[in-house]
Structure formats: structure tokens, C-alpha cells
Design a binder for this molecule. Structure first.
Ligand SMILES: [Zn+2]
Length: 90
């Protein structure tokens, strides 16, 4: 038998009961539809990412965000690259 390759970690539409942080707009949401994106990191470790409905209204946008995340890594955050300390002159 043959079949096209399937996604081992499919992107699901979820309605989380507890507060989840959207990884695109950093707002928390609960009890409203969003997307659960599971990204395999290492052998048995996965990374769970959530997207709210406003950031990804359709499955295509959620998959596009996931493809961008897995290809280029997470987008840099404001505090990721702190300015170097000023040089001291004696
Ligand atoms: Zn969002």
C-alpha cells in the first residue's frame, strides 16, 4: 500500500481551557479557538506553540507561521540582543 507522507504532528484547532500565550502577538487567550502547533525539537522533546484566532484565522496561515518558525527559528524578541555595555575609559 502507498500513501502520501503524513504530518506526524498535525496542527490542531484547539479551544484551550487554561490560559495560553499566543506566540505571535504574546497575548493570552482561553476558551476561544486557536491553533496548537507542535514542533519536534529533539528525540522525544517537542515544543508546543499556540496561535490565537486573530493571528491565524485559517489553517493555511497557521501552517505558514509554522513553516516560517521551523525554517528560520523563532523571531527575535526585543531583549534578545542587548546593547553592548559602554566602554570604560581610564
Ligand atoms: Zn495572537
Amino acid at each position: 500500500m502507498r500513501r502520501p507522507p503524513t504530518d506526524p504532528f498535525p496542527t490542531e484547532r484547539v479551544r484551550p481551557f487554561f490560559w495560553k500565550t499566543c506566540d505571535s502577538c504574546k497575548q493570552e487567550f482561553r476558551r476561544e479557538p486557536g491553533w496548537l502547533i507542535i514542533i519536534p525539537v529533539a528525540n522525544l522533546f517537542v515544543c508546543e506553540k499556540y496561535l490565537c484566532e486573530e493571528c491565524a484565522p485559517t489553517l493555511a496561515t497557521a501552517l505558514a507561521w509554522r513553516r516560517k518558525y521551523t525554517e528560520y527559528g523563532p523571531p527575535p524578541q526585543p531583549g534578545d540582543f542587548p546593547a553592548p555595555p559602554p566602554k570604560r575609559r581610564h
